[in-house]
Write a protein that binds this ligand. Structure first.
Ligand SMILES: *Cc1c(COP(=O)(O)O)cnc(C)c1O
Length: 380
């Protein structure tokens, strides 16, 4: 029986892979009065934020910030670098790769979508093979998700870069880091990524509403030749205005206040320590899943995600029912299985403002899952 209409004392546990729990410091920073986004105080904050966020992407190049969900920054990455009907290479790693590919098709691109089983990352060997075969350089870009949020699988961007280099192919590399940025080690410059797409609501400790494009010089060159229709997403007026701390249209002022504070927190902890914390907590989550006798959806331990674990239920069990019981009885939200894996998996988000005892609370919530799944309880 649903208890969702009655008072729920204590904290809700938001253990979906994003939006994530927002630290109180960030919530307070966002509650400052909104100020003039064309005034000197806001310009100062913008310059500080745009300068400091570079270190999160590990880049010295400009980072552009849109008032938009991550899907908007996907579109910006495409329309600023490519031309209508261009061919691109993508990998079916899960629901988010599928959605980005669908968006690319709607934007007129021809997508070579390498099929996958939703349990593996993008294969660098296939990247090398496809690009080596493409002698006339018809493929203009390779689009990869660093962390596929639907499955908890990480693709090795460094190896994909090496595969592109050994094929000596000029395609751009566009990478989605929406659910890995500021949680799993990522290096925009070192891996020669051309556009890195980020979002605010996962590892960046913020609510939804901001998204990012980190860009290379090669991407900027491609932008100057790109004939794709663009207006709202155009990098050019953004880069010109950002130099002075401004935007071509109204930015999400209070989210920028929040980002300033989120960057303070990430820097106080130290980005490398943030990665270590995520690694440790993710390993603990995986040990628990194995102790339950359940299977982790990601097949290859080298591709395990340190931000989210998708847990496969045995045949005959409904993961959505399990999630409903946990929400109704223990006030915890877990991520659902999307599309092909709906009802088959639940996902534990272990990212962002998260620590040991929050993880233990999340694991305890799964263990106290109620009557329908007694088989799982027996496996404990
Ligand atoms: C959440 C997510 C998205 C979608 O972002 P929205 O903010 O919902 O538009 C895209 N890619 C990945 C990897 C994500 O985790």
């Amino acid at each position: 029986m649903s208890k969702s209409n009655s008072l729920r004392p204590g904290k809700h546990l938001l253990q979906i892979p994003g939006p994530t729990n927002i630290p109180d410091r960030v919530l307070r920073a966002m509650s400052y009065p909104t100020i003039d986004h064309r005034g000197p105080d806001f310009a100062e904050i913008t310059k500080r934020v745009l300068d400091r966020i570079k270190s999160i992407f590990k880049t010295t190049q400009p980072v552009i910030m849109f008032p938009a969900s991550g899907t908007g920054a996907w579109e910006a990455a495409i329309v600023n670098t490519l031309n209508p009907k261009d061919k691109i290479l993508m990998f079916e790693t899960g629901q988010f790769s599928f959605l980005w590919a669908e968006q690319a098709k709607k934007l007129s691109l021809e997508v070579d979508f390498v099929p996958g089983d939703w349990r593996h990352g993008a294969d660098p060997k296939i990247v090398e093979q496809k690009l080596s075969q493409d002698k006339s350089h018809k493929i203009k870009a390779v689009l990869v998700l660093h962390n596929e949020t639907a499955t908890g699988v990480v693709s090795n961007i460094s190896k994909i870069r090496k595969a592109m280099d050994s094929a000596k192919h000029p395609a751009l590399l566009l990478v989605d880091t929406i659910s890995s940025l500021a949680s799993i080690d990522y290096r925009h410059d070192e891996w020669k990524v051309d556009v890195t797409v980020g979002g605010s609501q996962k590892g960046l400790l913020l609510p939804p509403g901001l998204s990012f494009n980190a860009i290379s010089q090669k991407a900027l060159d491609a932008h100057s030749r790109s004939t794709m229709q663009k207006a709202y997403w155009d990098w050019k007026p953004m880069l010109e205005n950002n130099k002075n701390g401004f935007f071509p249209y109204t930015p999400a002022t209070n989210l920028v206040f929040g980002l300033d504070e989120a960057l303070n927190m990430l820097m106080e902890e130290g980005l490398e320590n943030v990665f270590k914390r995520h690694t440790k907590l993710a390993e603990a989550a995986r040990i628990a899943v194995k102790a339950w006798g359940l299977e982790i959806l990601a097949k290859n331990p080298e591709e395990y995600s340190n931000t989210i674990t998708a847990v496969l239920l045995p045949e005959g069990h409904d993961a959505d029912n399990l999630r409903k019981i946990i929400l109704d009885d223990y006030n915890m939200s877990l991520g659902m299985g999307l599309n092909k894996i709906k009802g088959k998996v639940f996902r534990i988000g272990h990212l962002g403002d998260f620590n040991e005892l929050m993880l233990l609370g999340a694991l305890a919530g799964v263990e106290m899952n109620g009557a329908d799944v007694e088989d799982i309880v027996l496996l404990l």
